[in-house]
Ligand binder design. Structure first.
Ligand code: BDR
Ligand code: CA
Length: 333
């Protein structure tokens, strides 16, 4: 696993997705990363609202977005802007469910920001994944920080997709950590367990960043106060949306703070050396009455029986480096 150079980001923007967009934008701004496109999916909010939120954040961060009708492949490479595509509006085999208590009714902490200047492109997010992967074989890192419906659909659309993608980095799952949406399940996986299992079954390199890695990297008072002390527009926006998220997280963490899950996955895509990993085949429980949507691995010290390609699961990270780099990224905008 080496540093991602070109990311196609799939998300459900969402407060921690929005902070992640600021982080990615800061790298794009200094030429360290290319953002090939963004797709949105149901999850924290519906995917159209998620796409409009994505446009709001990219515009705030000074990133040019692609407008409808400017989808020509060459055009994107020639600086037409980052296309933002709307994706799956519901999971494959269950009802849709939004996380409004954690992210607000607008997905951005009830800040009700004005309409963005740009619009989403017409192409669905799953089709965008397939098209860009075919146009740029072996180049794209798919970073997914929402339910995996778009990635699952893309796998169904193009069975050759796994050989076209450089790497897939997913925020999701919980192994030796309680669930955050049910006793055992993490939200991104629980929102579309069938799609997640398709992603873990496919023959492509997957890095999974579960709650086991994200919770210890929570940010607290000191970090939040340093953010709030800055006056730049991006820092003020981040502090504002995080207020809602911190209020939602504080009872769980038992102190003022928040878990910015998605940003850790993005940072590990960009700098894998910040993480500690274990390699195991991963499956998703699809039938359990109490455990549907739970990620399962075989942790016994036996030779693994599972024939699936092992997933690289993050079990920890350099937490001080994560916190400092994330803060520096937001403050750089
Ligand atoms: C994940 O669920 C969503 O609420 C967050 O944006 C994050 O991607 C954490 O379980
Ligand atoms: Ca998310």
């Amino acid at each position: 696993m080496t540093r991602a150079r070109t990311i196609l980001y799939d998300c459900d923007t969402g407060i921690d997705d929005a902070i992640t967009l600021l982080y990615l934008a800061s790298l794009v701004r200094v030429g360290e990363l290319e953002l090939a496109g963004v797709g949105t999916v149901h999850g924290n909010i519906d995917p159209l609202t998620g796409a409009l939120n994505t446009l709001r954040v990219l515009e705030l961060a000074g990133i040019k977005t692609g407008r409808q009708g400017e989808l020509a492949e060459q055009g994107e490479r020639d600086g037409q802007g980052v296309p933002v595509a709307v994706g799956a509006a519901r999971p494959m085999a269950q009802d849709v469910h939004y996380a409004l208590d954690w992210h607000g009714r607008d997905g951005l902490g009830d800040t009700h920001l004005p309409e963005p200047a740009g619009r989403p492109v017409a192409e669905p997010a799953a089709a965008q994944i397939v098209r860009l992967a075919r146009a740029r074989p072996g180049e794209l890192t798919l970073l997914a920080t929402g339910p995996l419906s778009n990635l699952g659909l893309a796998l169904l659309l193009d069975p050759e997709l796994p050989s076209l993608v450089r790497e897939v980095v997913v925020m999701g799952g919980a192994f030796d950590h309680p669930g955050n949406i049910t006793t055992h399940a993490e939200a991104n996986i629980w929102h579309d367990p069938e799609a997640a299992d398709l992603v873990f079954a496919a023959d492509w390199p997957v890095v999974l960043v579960p709650l086991d890695a994200t919770h210890p990297a929570a940010v607290h008072d000191d970090w939040l106060d340093r953010l709030a002390a800055h006056d730049a527009a991006a820092a003020r926006f981040a502090a504002r949306i995080l207020e809602f998220y911190v209020d939602a997280y504080t009872p769980t963490l038992r102190r003022r703070g928040a878990v910015i899950h998605d940003a850790l996955a993005a940072m590990l895509a960009v700098d894998p050396d910040l993480g500690e990993y274990t390699q195991r085949a991963v499956r998703v429980e699809l039938r359990g009455e109490l455990t549907r949507g739970t990620t399962v691995w075989d942790a016994r010290s036996l030779p693994a029986e599972d024939t699936r390609r092992p997933v690289r699961v993050a079990v920890g990270s350099d937490v001080p480096a994560f916190r400092e780099r994330l803060l520096a990224a937001v403050l750089s905008l």
